[in-house]
Design a protein. Structure first.
Lengths: 276, 166
C-alpha cells in the first residue's frame, strides 16, 4: 500500500516527534542527577581537572617569573590598597564589637559562622545557552545538590548536580536561576534572575520603592539557600513602565564569571545568620 | 583510525572545548570543534560507526552541560541522519560545500539548544548574547572548519595506509 520510501520518511518523522516529546517530558519530570550523567562526569572531569591544573601551573610560572614588567607599579598600588584595607578592617572590628553588644542587649541569637569548602573550577558549559561550571569537589567531600556557591566578591550560584568527586554549579546569570534578594540601601525585596546576557534582573520590586543606579543588591536569606547579606551586584538600569505594579531593575553581578578559578561551597546553609 | 583512537579524539575535543577554551579567553569565541567532528563523522565514516561515535560524544556533552539530558544526543544524531542523503550527492572536496553543511549544522544545533532552554524554563527567552556568540562561532567554524575536516580525513587516511602496509 505504501512505498518503502514513504514508510521511511514517516518513520523518521515519527521518531523526531517522539524525540521532541521525550525531551520536553524529561525537562519537567526527570532528575538532573541521573546515573548516566554521573558516568559522563566521572569520565570527563578527571581529565578536565588535569588540564586545568596544568594550565594554572603554566600561567602561574608565566606570571611569577616572566611577566614582571608591571610588578613595581602594581606593588605601589597594592600598598595603597592595603593601607586603606587596614583602616576598613579596624572600622569593621569596631562595628562588629558594637553589633555583638547590641545583639546581647536585644537578646538576638548569634550569627553562626558558615563552613566553606574551597573548590577549583575545572570546566565550563560548552554551550553559550546554559551557564554552568564544573568544580573538582563532589559528594565524597560533602557536597550535595542545592548547596550555595560563593566567592569573596559575591554569589556565584548553586550546585545542581554532584557526582563522587565533581559537581555542576548553575550560575546566577543562567535564566533558570533565582535568588531572593534585597537592595542594600532601601531594603526593597525582589527575586534575582539571570537574563541570559551575562547580567541579572531584579524582579518583583514594587514601583513604590525608590531605587538608584549604583545601589548594591545582596541576598535576603529568605530563600533558605543563600545566607543573608551576600553581595550579588549593583543596579545598572531601572525601567519604570507606565503600567504594572513592579519596576524592571537590571543588575550587573560583582563576580566576573569568565574569570572564576576557585569558588567556596557553603556546606551548611541551614546554619545561616538567623534572628530570633 | 581505530575506534579507540577516535574515542580518544572525542575526549580530547570535549576537554579542549570545555576547559582550554574557558582557560584561554581569546579562544572563547573560536571554532566549534565538536560540530566539525560530527560533520566529519557523518560524511567520511561508515554510518553505524559514526552513529556510535556520535552517541558517545552526545552522552559526554549531555553529562557536563546544564541543559536537558539527551539534547546533545538528539542534536548530533539528527545531524548524522540528516547528512546521509547528501553524502553521495555532494562534492565533499569542495570547501564551500563543507561550509554550507557546517553552517546548517550550527544553525540547527543552536535552534535545538534554544528549544531546550524554552523546555526547561517553560517560557520563551531571547538572548542577544547567545546570538552574538553564535555569530562568532559560525564565522570561525566557516573559516576554519573545512581545514579541520580535511586534517582529520588526511590523518585517518594516513593511519589507514600505515596499517595496511604493516
Amino acid at each position: 500500500m505504501f512505498s518503502r520510501k514513504l514508510l521511511l520518511i514517516g518513520g523518521i518523522f515519527a521518531f523526531a516527534v517522539i524525540n521532541i516529546i521525550v525531551l520536553f517530558v524529561s525537562a519537567r519530570y526527570v532528575s538532573s542527577s541521573s546515573a548516566s550523567r554521573h558516568m559522563g562526569i566521572a569520565i570527563v572531569s578527571p581529565l578536565q581537572n588535569a588540564v586545568t591544573a596544568s594550565i594554572h601551573s603554566l600561567r602561574s610560572m608565566w606570571m611569577h617569573y616572566f611577566f614582571l614588567v608591571s610588578t613595581e607599579k602594581e606593588n605601589d598600588s597594592l600598598k595603597k590598597m592595603l593601607a586603606r584595607t587596614i583602616y576598613d578592617v579596624n572600622y569593621c572590628k569596631e562595628t562588629e564589637i558594637s553589633n555583638d553588644r547590641f545583639r546581647k542587649l536585644l537578646d538576638f541569637k548569634n550569627a553562626s559562622k558558615l563552613h566553606y569548602l574551597p573548590a577549583g573550577v575545572i570546566g565550563k558549559d560548552p554551550s553559550h545557552w546554559y551557564k554552568t561550571l564544573v568544580i573538582n569537589k563532589g559528594v565524597s567531600e560533602g557536597i550535595t545538590k542545592g548547596l550555595p556557591v560563593v566567592v569573596p566578591e559575591g554569589v556565584v550560584g548553586q550546585v545542581i548536580d554532584a557526582s563522587d568527586h565533581y559537581a555542576k554549579v548553575l550560575l546566577i546569570i543562567d535564566s533558570n536561576s533565582a535568588v531572593d534578594a534585597l537592595v542594600q540601601q532601601t531594603r526593597a525585596n525582589g527575586i534575582i534572575k539571570g537574563d541570559s546576557e551575562g547580567r541579572c534582573l531584579l524582579n518583583y520590586v514594587s514601583r513604590k520603592e525608590v531605587i538608584n543606579i549604583g545601589d548594591a543588591v545582596v541576598s535576603s536569606g529568605l530563600d533558605g539557600v543563600f545566607a543573608k547579606g551576600l553581595l550579588i551586584g549593583k543596579v545598572t538600569d531601572i525601567i519604570r513602565n507606565k503600567s504594572g505594579i513592579f519596576q524592571d531593575i537590571e543588575v550587573s553581578p560583582f563576580v566576573d564569571f569568565d574569570k572564576i578559578e576557585e569558588v567556596l561551597v557553603v556546606l551548611d546553609p541551614s546554619s545561616q545568620i538567623s534572628y530570633r | 583510525m581505530n575506534p579507540m583512537v577516535r574515542i580518544g579524539l572525542i575526549l580530547f575535543l570535549v576537554i579542549f572545548q570545555t576547559t582550554i577554551y574557558y582557560a584561554i579567553p581569546a579562544l572563547s569565541h573560536f571554532v566549534d570543534l565538536l560540530i566539525t567532528f560530527v560533520i566529519y563523522a557523518g560524511l567520511f565514516l561508515p554510518f553505524l560507526e559514526s552513529v556510535f561515535l556520535i552517541l558517545v560524544l552526545g552522552a559526554l556533552m549531555d553529562s557536563i552541560t546544564g541543559g536537558l539530558f539527551g539534547l546533545y544526543l538528539s542534536i548530533y544524531f539528527w545531524i548524522i541522519v540528516g547528512l546521509r542523503p547528501f553524502v553521495m550527492l555532494l562534492n565533499l572536496k569542495n570547501a564551500h560545500t563543507l561550509r554550507l553543511l557546517l553552517g546548517t549544522a550550527i544553525g540547527f544545533e543552536n535552534l535545538m539548544l534554544y528549544i531546550g532552554t524554552i523546555a526547561l524554563k517553560q517560557e520563551i527567552v531571547f538572548s542577544s548574547e547567545s546570538m552574538r556568540e553564535m555569530a562568532y562561532q559560525l564565522f570561525w567554524t566557516l573559516v576554519l572548519g573545512p581545514f579541520f575536516i580535511r586534517l582529520l580525513n588526511a590523518v585517518d587516511h594516513h593511519l589507514k595506509v600505515n596499517a595496511q602496509s604493516k
